[in-house]
Design a binder for this molecule. Structure first.
Ligand code: NDP
Ligand code: OXD
Length: 315
């Protein structure tokens, strides 16, 4: 059954999202049926799947699927589905609300690390008056790995409050207010300069385990790390070894290989690790619905999507 552009089923499947999504989608698409469980659909009627961490294999039953819209910025969970229908166009979200919250988070933790809040907290726990002289942000180099939508916003905000911000990406950038480094050839110099390294890379075959013992051996002595990209960018044992050896002074981690982070995981009690539960940022219906509506329109009309994902490079 091939549906017209005005009807069909939209499957919304998400394990952790704002509960208002299905209602908002139904309001935006009165002539479509919005469903949240694949078993409540006629699989041949599903034209668009809006997904966040769905069970592998779920999408292959929808023979007339025209759009896989990921409900977030990162799409790595798709690649773990061996039955992903590869011919269906994929889009991700670029949500101004998500970008704003991420930028706040990176500013918050860069400032906290720059002003040595973890060290002051640990002195307080020992009833110790440890005077640390406040320094201007220009004394601290924040290196952002990943200069996409999120990395560029963070770089501009960090530079805007006076940090010495630099960035690293796969391809050359123009019109950047901060100094940029490109690819493997520049990585050593980039990491030698950064006092705080912010991971805003997608998880792909090229970035998985990038932060390993070799990488960490080359960072500035006493550098700090903020990981808001994905947990599997980091080799966990190498991170703990670098913190224990004092090579890294602190790590702020928002994302993990296994989420929720298991209660027995060594990260929880490590004195040099700050953990947040993957809540640095999130997608919001108010700021993201418009582009989903537009993408469903484009997909059903056979037009090019907003924010398409390239399965060959993985983001
Ligand atoms: P973009 O796709 O806009 O940007 C990705 C950036 O990473 C680009 O600059 C890209 O380089 C760079 N990059 C990719 N692969 C490599 C590589 N092999 N070497 C060097 N640079 C590379 O993504 P976003 O900025 O929107 O998001 C980034 C990631 O942040 C997401 O994929 C997701 O994992 C994570 N995220 C986490 C959230 C959270 O709540 N913790 C919320 C949202 C996103 P180039 O510019 O050359 O293409
Ligand atoms: C995302 C996230 O990728 O929330 O959007 O992690």
């Amino acid at each position: 059954v091939r549906r017209s552009g005005q009807s069909g089923t939209i499957l919304f499947y998400s394990e952790a999202s704002d509960p208002s999504w299905p209602t908002e989608l139904q309001k935006a698409f009165p002539t479509f049926a919005v469903r949240t469980r694949p078993e409540d659909t006629d699989p041949t009627d599903v034209v668009a799947a809006i997904v966040w961490k769905y069970p592998a294999g779920m999408l292959q039953q929808f023979a007339n699927l025209r759009l896989i819209q990921v409900l977030g910025a990162g799409v790595d969970h798709l690649w773990s589905d061996p039955c992903l229908p590869k011919h269906v166009p994929i889009a991700r979200l670029v949500d101004p609300g998500l970008t704003a919250r991420m930028t706040e988070y990176v500013l918050l933790h860069s400032l906290a690390l720059h002003r040595r809040l973890p060290e002051l907290r640990s002195a307080q726990c020992k009833n110790t008056w440890r005077y640390l002289h406040p320094r201007p942000p220009a004394d601290t180099c924040v290196g952002i790995m990943g200069l996409g939508v999120l990395g560029r916003s963070c770089a501009a905000a960090l530079a805007g409050i006076g940090f010495n911000a630099i960035g690293w990406s796969r391809s050359r950038k123009s019109n950047m207010a901060v100094q940029t480094y490109i690819g493997a050839a520049d990585l050593d110099e980039f990491k030698r300069r950064a006092d705080i390294i912010v991971l805003l890379l997608p998880l792909t075959s090229a970035t998985e385990n990038l932060i390993d013992s070799h990488f960490l051996a080359g960072v500035r002595d006493g550098a700090a790390l903020i990981n808001v990209g994905r947990g599997a960018l980091i080799v966990e044992n190498a991170l703990i070894a670098a913190l224990d050896a004092g090579r890294l002074r602190h790590a702020v981690l928002d994302v993990f290989r296994t989420e929720p982070l298991p209660a027995e995981h060594a990260f929880w009690s490590h004195p040099k690790i700050t953990i947040t539960p993957h809540n640095s940022s999130a997608t919001n219906p108010a700021t993201a619905l418009g582009q989903i509506v537009e993408n469903i329109r484009r997909a059903t009309a056979g037009e090019k999507l907003l924010h398409p994902v390239d399965p060959l490079i993985g983001y």
